[in-house]
Structure formats: structure tokens, C-alpha cells
Write a new protein. Structure first.
Length: 638
């Protein structure tokens, strides 16, 4: 019979650590920003419909479930967007109505504030997005399960925001930070309110594995039998041996082989791949236990290289050896609408998609020589099929995306001397003093703001438009996938793009340029009608990035939103003039239509899918239409 210590004094205590960023001052700043974002994005997607109040046209109000009136100041912008001032949000409470509706009475802090004003019905500041959810549950149309999960996801997002705020650098300091390191300073998806939920991570996991911790990680590797694993590679990586010769030092490869030999196994019958340590503990060991028992999966050691988590959390840049590949791993946490695994079929197809897309570029002088666009290909992959889940069509999709790896070409070797790269998302960043990162780069460039923006649009749009018009092919050029390459003076000069297999779509309308598409690529790429294919540029780039960048430029660079969007439209028209022979394609893929469909990301979480399991990945919801600021008649309206 086992014996136990006689007293608690002899038991090794477990230290409880309170994160330093969780203090009231930091939390309140992050909460105010998140509430303003929530109001703005929910209003954009028409989840809420604020009423305009008399005055300067910017004051709006909502009636909460308890009868309280929530007021805030917001400016309207392109696509019908809202930009809410965090400091303007306030409530005018009606306690009797609130209590009769079963809502909670005002908090202690709110009551104290009301008493200091001598009245309980005077406006008072409101900065709590979590309380907003509970006080607007009926207004938002939330069921109990969705509300419960949403509070958790938003609390985790706020915790990540607080960590970012606690360690934030100035815009001037950020301008000198390298590409991979800059990712750890970004604040996440500008459109999705619950942008950093990472459901599945504990507090300790978040403190170790998230990009905002900025802590390099040495990834462990495993060996997986070719009985259950498959390899794909293109170019000079057609065999796994070619990949490992580039990615692993000879001593590491010898050590891996020795571990297999010691178990009586043949290394030639195994594939090596890195794994995320959290994924190994939480998903691989529990769900691939029979394969581990059979010796089909063996744990190895790290390769010794330090890798840094990027914004997607599951993608790692090699900071010890920047010439080595970036690796993308399945990470079965629920974040920004989906579980972040790697589907078996798409993982295996990634190198073939890369070969096709890069082949289009290499054969096209405009893309290759004029735009000099950088396509960071997914050039090698290993996928491990689960013997049960992968053959159950009705099983939740996250159980079919557990184990694999994709190797993506690294960016640093593709840059010319003097060039540096930053994700497009970084241009939306503002520092604790309110200084926009874009304003810092414009100042460093020495160009006038409109001249700098003209260079930015000339770097980004021509390659994206040419892929659309000439090849009926679109990327999803959102802030994380689109990378701006700058010269030594911080002037934008060209575009780099990544994430092909997940975010490349092609026209469902037959085009002769698709005749040479390999069948493996054709079966995995999603197809869309021409009228919707343009949405990937509209929603990914214009709605998802420029919708936020244009008011920032108006506030900090003195470039009005009308002027901003006129520059965008001028670049598109200039591209049309450059290729008159594609006139029919300009009409087929009409970027200048008066209205576009309103894609909704937050509506999906609140009203469409919630947090339920699905057999396939969810997609953005569509709700009505919005005016297109690129239409010649468009003007920005307050």
C-alpha cells in the first residue's frame, strides 16, 4: 500500500504565478479598445443597428436589454464601416428598468462614480466588453451556449491584448525590428473581435507558445512509418532525403537514424517531421496511441534550431538559420473561427499547388520581371492519416487534421540587398502613444504621404490583379498573407505572398489558362463564380486592411479617405490601361461594380456556426451588400 507524506509541509508546493500584465490599468486600456472594436464591427455586419442622435452626426446610441442607453461617438467610412472612439462610450442607466428585467445592478465602481456625480442617471463611462455581452444578449441574439463560449474567447483575447500592451514598443522602435520578430508585436485580426481566443491553451500554454511572448522554441521531431505517412515535394525537394539534407545538420540526422536502429527499425522506412509540443501532448499521444504502441510513431529530440511563432501561432520561422524553411504545423486550438489543423488531402497537395502557381509566375514576364512578386511556396509536406477519423465523413473536421507538416520557402533569402519585409498587417499598428507605424515609415521614407501610398498600391495591386484577370486565380491577400517588401528607405517596392493551398481559389468559369492545371491541383483548389472571385481582393485586402488603413492615414498623414481610395482606384485603372487586350476579363472580374456582398466574420461566430462541431470548415457569412468605394461615383460619407 502506498504511503503519503504526513503533512502538507512536506509536499513540494506548486507555484502560482500571476501574469504581470493582468493589472487594472493595462486591462482597462485593452478592454476599452476591444469594446470600441466590438461596437464598430458588429455595427458593420448589422448585428447591431445603432441610432444616430442629434448633434454633429457622430453620436449614436443603442438600447441594451435592461433599458440602459449606450452612447458612443463614431465616424462612418468606406463599405459602411464604423470607427468608434473608445473614450466616448458611456451609459445612461435606468436602475428601476434594469432590475425589473433581471439584469445585475450597476457594479461597485459604477455606483461610486454615479454617487460622485450626485446622480445615478447621468452618463458615465463604460469600458467593459464582457459586461456588454451580458447586458446586450437579447440585442445580439445570442443563445446561452454561444454566449458562454464567447465570453471565454473574448476574455482570452483580452488577456493576450493586455500582454501586448504591457510590452509594447514605440513605432520608432518597431521600425527597426526584423520581419519574424515583428510578428510578435502585432495585435491580431482587425476585423474579428475574438481574434486571439486560442481555445485549448491553458494560461501556461499561452505564456509559452503565443507570438506575443516572443519566445523562440526548439521544436521536437518525430519519426513516422511510411505505412501511415506520405511525403510530397517539388523542385529540388522531390525526395525526403533532399529536404532533410537542407533542414537538418548531419549530426542530427545521424542521431535520428541511431535512435531508430537502436529499436531495430530501418530509418529508410520512416519520415521525420517536427511537431508542436502542445499538439503532441494533447492530441497526438492520446489519439495516435495505437500507432505509437506499434512503433509507427516514435518521439525524437529537437534539431537544436530556435523557431519563432508567427501570427498564425502554428507557423514557425527559423531564427537560428533564416535560410531554412518556415514550418507550418497542425495546432488543434480553436482560433479565429476554425480549428487550426492541417487537412490531410490539402497538406499532400500543397507542393503541387505551389508548382502550378509559381509556374504561372515564372512564365509571365510581367509578374516575373516587372512586379518581381515573391511567391513563398509550400514546397514539401508530410501528412499522417488517422486510421479511423479520416474515413468518417460525419466526424468533426478537427479530428482529420491532427498530424503533419508543411515546409514553406523562407523569405530572407528571397530579398535583395537593402530590402526588408513586413507583413501588411503591421501597417495598421499604433503604438501606446497613438503613433501609427505607417506614419513612422512614411516619415523615414522622405516621401510625401500620397506619394508613399501610391508606391504602396503600385507594389501590392498589379500582381494580384494580373493573377485575377489573366489566370482567373486569386490569393487571400489579408494582412498576414500579404507581405510588403521595402527598399532601404522604407519605400514599398514589391509584394510577397504566402499560404497557397488554403487560400488560393480559381474561377469556376472555364478559362484556357486552366487547361494545363494538374488534376491534383484541380481537385483541391476551391472554385468560385467570377462575380465572387473578386471578393478575395475586396474582402481580404480592401475590407480587411484598407478599410482600417484609410482612416488612419486621414488622421495621421492628412490624406483624406476620398483621396486614399482615389489612389487605389487609379492603380486599378492604370492596370487596365496597361493590358487593353484583357478588357473582357476586366468585365468578367469586375472590381469597380457599384456594390459588393458584405462578408461577415463575427456574424458567423454569433449567429451561424457558434461553437458547434462541423464535419467541414466554416466559411464567412454573407449579409446584404455594401457600397464599393472603387466605383467612380463613390464618395466617403460621414
Amino acid at each position: 500500500m502506498p504511503t503519503y507524506p504526513a503533512s502538507h509541509d512536506s509536499v513540494e508546493p506548486h507555484p502560482l504565478l500571476s501574469p504581470p500584465e493582468l493589472n487594472r490599468q493595462v486591462w482597462d486600456r485593452a478592454a476599452a479598445r476591444l469594446l470600441a472594436k466590438m461596437l464598430g464591427e458588429f455595427a458593420y455586419e448589422e448585428i447591431i443597428e445603432p441610432e444616430r442622435r442629434p448633434g454633429d452626426g457622430r453620436l449614436h446610441s443603442l438600447s441594451l436589454d435592461d433599458g440602459t442607453e449606450l452612447r458612443f461617438s463614431a465616424r462612418r467610412g468606406v463599405y459602411g464601416s464604423w470607427r468608434v472612439d473608445p473614450d466616448s462610450i458611456e451609459t445612461v442607466p435606468t436602475p428601476s428598468t434594469a432590475l425589473s428585467n433581471g439584469a445585475h445592478p450597476p457594479s461597485r465602481n459604477a455606483s461610486a462614480h454615479a454617487s460622485s456625480n450626485g446622480s445615478s442617471d447621468r452618463p458615465r463611462p463604460f469600458r467593459d466588453p464582457l459586461r456588454f455581452l451580458t447586458r446586450a444578449r437579447g440585442l445580439l441574439g445570442l443563445d446561452g451556449a454561444t454566449l458562454g463560449h464567447l465570453i471565454r474567447e473574448l476574455t482570452l483575447t483580452l488577456s493576450a491584448d493586455a500582454r501586448l500592451d504591457h510590452t509594447a514598443l514605440t513605432a520608432r522602435e518597431l521600425a527597426d525590428v526584423g520581419y519574424a520578430e515583428l510578428e510578435g508585436h502585432q495585435t491580431g485580426h482587425p476585423w474579428l473581435v475574438a481574434s486571439k481566443g486560442r481555445l485549448g491553451f491553458s494560461a501556461a500554454d499561452a505564456a509559452r507558445f503565443t507570438p506575443e511572448t516572443r519566445s523562440p522554441l526548439q521544436l521536437p521531431w518525430i519519426a513516422v512509418s511510411t505505412r501511415i505517412a506520405q511525403y510530397r515535394g517539388v523542385g529540388h525537394l522531390t525526395t525526403p532525403e533532399h529536404l532533410y539534407a537542407q533542414e537538418l545538420d548531419p549530426s542530427v540526422r545521424a542521431s535520428f537514424a541511431a535512435e531508430l536502429y537502436a529499436r531495430g527499425l530501418d530509418p529508410a522506412s520512416y519520415l521525420y517531421l517536427p511537431v508542436h509540443p502542445w499538439q503532441w501532448d494533447e492530441w497526438i499521444v492520446p489519439l495516435f496511441a495505437p500507432a505509437i504502441a506499434d512503433g509507427d510513431i516514435l518521439a525524437l529530440h529537437t534539431d537544436g534550431d530556435a523557431r519563432l511563432a508567427q501570427q498564425s501561432v502554428r507557423t514557425f520561422a527559423n531564427v537560428s538559420r533564416p535560410d531554412r524553411h518556415t514550418v507550418k504545423l497542425p495546432l488543434s486550438v480553436l482560433n479565429t473561427l476554425v480549428w487550426r489543423g492541417l487537412p490531410t488531402e490539402r497538406t499532400l497537395a500543397a507542393p503541387a499547388v505551389t508548382a502550378w502557381v509559381q509556374g504561372l509566375c515564372e512564365a509571365d514576364p510581367f509578374l516575373r520581371d516587372t512586379c518581381r512578386v515573391i511567391l513563398l511556396g509550400e514546397v514539401a509536406s508530410v501528412a499522417v492519416e488517422h486510421p479511423l477519423y479520416d474515413h468518417l465523413p460525419e466526424a468533426p473536421y478537427q479530428y482529420k487534421e491532427i498530424l503533419g507538416a508543411i515546409w514553406r520557402e523562407p523569405l530572407p533569402p528571397r530579398l535583395a540587398p537593402g530590402e526588408r519585409a513586413r507583413t501588411l498587417a503591421s501597417l495598421l499598428h499604433t503604438d501606446p502613444a497613438g503613433r501609427a507605424f505607417t506614419a513612422e515609415l512614411v516619415e523615414r521614407s522622405g516621401l510625401a504621404p500620397e506619394a508613399w501610398l501610391t508606391r504602396l498600391f503600385a507594389a501590392l495591386l498589379p500582381p494580384l490583379l494580373h493573377f485575377l484577370y489573366r489566370y482567373g486565380t486569386v490569393f487571400s491577400p489579408h494582412g498576414e498573407n500579404a507581405i510588403v517588401v521595402f527598399d532601404e528607405n522604407d519605400v514599398p517596392v514589391r509584394l510577397a505572398i504566402k499560404d497557397f493551398v488554403d487560400d488560393v481559389n480559381v474561377s469556376a468559369h472555364p478559362l484556357p489558362e486552366h487547361d494545363t492545371m494538374p488534376e491534383e491541383v484541380r481537385t483541391v483548389l476551391l472554385t468560385e463564380a467570377p462575380s465572387f472571385l473578386t471578393q478575395f481582393i475586396h474582402s481580404g485586402l480592401f475590407v480587411g486592411v484598407f478599410r482600417y488603413l484609410s482612416p488612419l492615414c486621414e488622421e495621421q498623414l492628412g490624406v483624406s479617405e476620398d483621396a486614399f481610395w482615389s489612389l487605389v482606384r487609379a492603380e486599378i485603372v492604370r492596370h487596365h490601361a496597361r493590358f487593353p487586350g484583357l478588357k473582357e476579363r476586366f468585365e468578367l472580374f469586375d472590381m469597380l461594380t457599384p456594390e459588393i456582398e458584405r462578408l461577415c466574420l463575427n456574424r458567423n461566430r454569433l449567429h451561424v456556426d457558434g461553437y458547434r462541431d462541423r464535419s467541414s470548415r466554416p466559411h464567412a457569412a454573407i449579409h446584404g451588400t455594401v457600397p464599393n468605394p472603387l466605383h467612380p461615383s463613390a464618395r466617403i460619407r460621414e
